[in-house]
Design a protein around this ligand. Structure first.
Ligand SMILES: Nc1nc2c(ncn2[C@@H]2O[C@H](COP(=O)(O)OP(=O)(O)OP(=O)(O)O)[C@@H](O)[C@H]2O)c(=O)[nH]1
Ligand SMILES: [Mg+2]
Length: 342
């Protein structure tokens, strides 16, 4: 997701500490022969300042470049909540903020303490400060790890464009990803088993239409849908200007037509406002008869084959012709008999 791709890599707490201590080690020890104690004092104070600065700059940069989940648009916000523990994410950011502030305060205190410290105790006092800094970061060790793990998940979320958008939906294994490939040239993973697609994938028709391929849905209530299916539901709810509902009449997907029709009915009633086109997939596997092919439902479908490309170009042309650039959506696409792709 674009918003999270700018989030900087989150170091482990030990990485951050060694970076800070290493930077401090590089400070040159310049001793003024006439004022030995003060020059050493200044040297130790500089070391503390450097450690404090490295830690607070690193953490401030993380806080600045991490998007606020609550200000994301509803689709992205829900997607984030689906893939990571958003509450923990906020708590971990707050913990880092606390650590940075506390750390600055401690370092400030020790720098002042050095002012009244005798020569032989200067280095030990500075080391004591290092110990305090380490123990503060130790308290947020898990937060560094959690944030980095989350960043790695969030940066993989898709970058959606602001284009008229079609969402492909249907049971697992019905041919959604194959259709995405045919329509857009995208290279999704296609496998002969269900639940191949585990996250939403994108492709573009002539750079004018965005097509979202979703994980397979099962015909079951929303509360029972798993996190992978929920990504498909979010795409349908928030991003679909048009839904292509795919039915596999050959049942080679492993699900019977009745189940697929029942999900179709569900999707129609859940997304009443959205235009839905029915597509029957794997047309190459269907027995050819001389009489026009009969539809499985009362709605007239497009008959498509991603293997032989039958029906793909007419569908593409129809979609491109139907773009309504005023609303960034699609004009109503009506089917006139006889059913087919002409
Ligand atoms: N013969 C034939 N096979 C197809 C066609 N479309 C897809 N398939 C096959 O059906 C299987 C599933 O295809 P996918 O495109 O991965 O299906 P999917 O709906 O994306 O599946 P999930 O991601 O698991 O939900 C693969 O073995 C494809 O090769 C088609 O038009 N004709
Ligand atoms: Mg797929």
């Amino acid at each position: 997701m674009a918003q999270f791709s700018k989030m900087p890599q989150i170091p482990r707490k030990d990485e951050l500490l060694s970076k800070a201590f290493q930077r401090a080690r590089k400070i040159k020890k310049i001793i003024d022969k006439h004022d030995r104690i003060n020059s050493i004092r200044e040297y130790e104070q500089n070391k503390i300042s450097t450690v404090s600065t490295v830690i607070s700059v690193t953490i401030d940069n993380i806080l600045l470049k991490t998007p606020k989940i609550d200000t994301l648009d509803p689709f992205h916000k829900h997607m984030v909540e689906l893939v990571i523990d958003a509450d923990q994410f906020k708590k971990s950011l707050a913990a880092l903020k606390w650590a940075a502030r506390f750390n600055t305060g401690i370092c400030h205190k020790y720098r002042r303490r050095l002012k009244g410290t005798p020569l032989k105790s200067l280095a030990p006092v500075r080391k004591e400060c290092y110990g305090r800094v380490s123990s503060i970061l130790k308290q947020v060790k898990k937060d560094f790890i959690f944030l980095e793990d989350s960043r790695n998940i969030l940066k993989k979320l898709p970058n959606l464009k602001n284009l008229p958008t079609i969402v492909l939906a249907g049971y697992p294994n019905v041919g959604k990803s194959s259709l995405l490939k045919c329509l857009t040239g995208a290279e999704p993973q296609v496998q002969p088993y269900p639940f191949t697609t585990k996250k939403i994938l994108l492709g573009y028709i002539d750079e004018k239409i965005q097509v979202i391929d979703t994980p397979g849905l099962l015909d079951r209530p929303l509360e029972q849908k798993n996190k992978i299916e929920m990504q498909a539901m979010l795409a349908l709810k928030y991003r679909a200007n048009l839904i292509l509902y795919l039915i596999d009449p050959t049942e080679t997907c492993g699900y019977c037509v009745e189940q697929q029709k029942s999900l179709y009915k569900d999707i129609r009633s859940s997304f009443e406002e959205t235009q839905i086109l029915l597509c029957e997939t794997k047309y190459d596997l269907q027995p050819r008869k001389k009489t026009p092919k009969k539809s499985l439902t009362k709605d007239t479908p497009y008959f498509l084959s991603s293997k032989t490309n039958e029906g793909i170009d007419p569908l593409k042309k129809r979609l491109l012709r139907s773009i309504d650039w005023k609303t960034y959506s699609f004009k109503p696409i009506s089917f006139k008999s006889p059913p087919g792709n002409k």
